[in-house]
Design a protein around this ligand. Structure first.
Ligand SMILES: [Zn+2]
Length: 373
């Protein structure tokens, strides 16, 4: 059955190589910025945009710089407010993975408009605040005291995610429109998300440049999901670079900006991870997302691997694919029941607060920001 095949393929989860890959600020490379600026001039983006390309992408925040201390760093004391809120910035962050959003779902990975709205309302009610994938991998997590970051990711740039009507507003019942509605009713719930794009951009045709520009201007992140959605594990180095580089050049041509993050089609990594991470003059990602079965480690955790970030499929507690335990409803239930495992903000994006028992979990490069209680 093709549906089951697709599902099985989409849920391929590669073995995670746990390395001590600490996030670092990427050096800016002039050649690439110049290439991108040139591309921006040729871009058909709507007039008035002042897109400026940088390797890390315009939508990408400046990374919280990691430090290589020469002497052991003593962890400071958390503020009483952070301790009272049980801040835990070494806790887990759910990165939710959505595919098609439709009024009437037809495939197993689809979610209905109604299910999507309800999931967002639940997130708002339980104190989650959306951040982008780029913000997460950069360690720029700016959510209020006591709140929990969540990353909303959408794969395959299908029309149920986004479109613009005649007046230039998001089409009703698209993921973007619903997210904006829920945010309007829930102050503090940021309407941001990350879209992993393939060559067919929301079926927008010659309006794609306008569409992508609209998304970027409204704080949405545009990520790379390859040109034609192949299984990268089956391709040569050249094939991998062509698929990723081709999509990247489309994104740069249409927006004047590079993507900061990539999601592997089917969650499937290429023969060598480095093929997907960077190609001189073409792409240079700060983070790569897989499919997955559990929330991600905090980016400040020493085990966090920014090139193998786990995501959780959005789905109820259905039997299929162990969703009773490993999809979004099940995980949100677990995090709600066991809040100590979840990332809870100290309200200050420049400090990393956590219970003192977890001190050894903090990545070395982030120790100067550490505050325990
Ligand atoms: Zn996909």
């Amino acid at each position: 059955m093709p549906t089951l095949h697709k599902l099985a393929a989409c849920l391929i989860v590669i073995a995670v190589v746990l390395g001590l890959t600490l996030p670092r600020a990427e050096p800016e490379r002039q050649g690439r910025a110049a290439d991108a600026a040139h591309a921006a001039q040729r871009a058909t983006a709507s007039p008035g945009t002042t897109a400026r390309a940088t390797p890390a992408g315009n939508t990408s925040p400046t990374a919280l710089p990691t430090v290589s201390p020469t002497a052991p760093v003593k962890i400071g004391a958390a503020t009483p407010r952070a301790a009272a809120a049980k801040a835990n910035e070494l806790g887990e962050i759910p990165v939710l993975m959505y595919h098609r959003i439709l009024k009437k779902p037809t495939l197993s990975l689809d979610r209905s408009v109604d299910e999507f709205r309800k999931e967002l309302e639940r997130l708002a009610r339980e104190g989650y605040v959306p951040i982008t994938a780029a913000e997460m991998v950069s360690g720029r997590i700016d959510v209020p005291l006591g709140k929990h970051p969540v990353v909303l990711t959408f794969d395959d740039s299908t029309p149920g995610h986004f479109g613009l009507d005649e007046q230039g507003r998001p089409k009703p019942d698209t993921a973007v429109a619903i997210l904006l509605e829920v945010a309007a009713k829930n102050p503090g719930f940021r309407p941001v998300a990350t879209f992993y794009l393939n060559e067919d951009l929301f079926q927008m045709g010659d309006q794609a440049a306008n569409g992508l520009t609209w998304l970027r201007r409204h704080g949405f992140e545009l990520g790379n999901h390859t040109v034609s959605h192949p299984d990268l594990s089956q391709l040569s180095k050249k094939g991998v670079q062509k698929e990723i580089g081709g999509m990247e050049s489309t994104i740069v041509r249409l927006t004047g900006t590079h993507a900061s993050t990539l999601a592997y089609p089917f969650g499937s990594a290429p023969g060598k991870r480095s093929w997907a991470q960077r190609k001189d003059g073409e792409y240079d990602f700060r983070g790569i997302f897989l499919a997955g079965w559990k929330p991600s480690d905090s980016p400040f955790d020493k085990d966090f691997d920014r090139f193998a970030i786990l995501r959780v499929r959005s789905e109820g507690k259905i039997k299929e694919n162990d969703c009773r335990e490993f999809c979004s409803t099940a995980w949100l239930d677990k995090l709600d029941k066991d809040p100590d495992t979840r990332y809870t903000s100290d309200g200050d994006p420049n400090t990393i607060s956590f219970p003192s028992a977890d001190e050894d979990t903090l990545a070395e490069g982030y120790r100067p920001y550490g505050r325990s209680y």
